[in-house]
Design a protein around this ligand. Structure first.
Ligand SMILES: [Zn+2]
Length: 185
């Protein structure tokens, strides 16, 4: 099972709590499958490993029940997570970083958040970079809605403009790896 750090879960949960309030969260919880409700009932600390599939199921359901179901809030919650993780005392550091530096450090960022898999830079230019994710065959479907907005926000925080991203290959869709492509100006 692909696991994500509780710290990422807590940021995502906080985003949706702000969006829907306690009443909205109760609605989301009631609509989850029993096994996912059980995960929600456990004590999740920043260092706890959480099933990434559960995180994605929660976010997609919360987006449907508290938003329009168009994935907007799935992505916004990831942007919020990046702002929480890379803002604050780290803000000076990220402001001084170049987009190339951030792309080059993705492998380290990956190890902070996930218990398996790797992220490697396979292409880098002055205005773009491609990351290859591997070694995580059970990566959850739609995981790119977590990874792409997070990385886009990290790039914007470093001063990059017109940031775009796309996933051209995906392990969750049967490919041998995931390819995440970024461009910026
Ligand atoms: Zn993928």
């Amino acid at each position: 099972m692909a696991n994500v750090k509780g710290a990422a879960w807590l940021c995502n949960y906080d985003y949706f709590l702000k969006l829907g309030g306690p009443e909205g969260m109760q609605r989301v919880k009631a609509a989850l499958k029993p096994e996912d409700q059980n995960i929600l009932n456990t004590l999740i600390l920043p260092s706890t490993w959480v099933d990434w599939g559960f995180l994605m199921r929660f976010k997609i359901l919360a987006d449907k029940l508290l938003g329009k179901g168009d994935s907007y809030h799935v992505k916004q919650a990831s942007i919020y997570t990046a702002q929480q993780a890379l803002g604050g005392i780290h803000r000076v550091f990220i402001k001084l970083a170049t987009p190339q530096f951030i792309i080059a450090r993705t492998g380290q960022i990956w190890r902070q958040y996930y218990d398996c898999g790797t992220a490697e830079v396979v292409k880098q230019t002055k205005t773009g970079g491609t990351l290859m994710l591997g070694g995580m065959p059970d990566i959850p479907l739609y995981h790119e809605m977590d990874n792409l907005p997070y990385m886009e926000e990290a790039l914007r925080m470093s001063g990059s403009k017109k940031v775009t991203s796309t996933q051209s290959k995906c392990m969750a869709r049967g490919d041998d790896c995931c390819l995440l492509e970024f461009t910026w100006a």
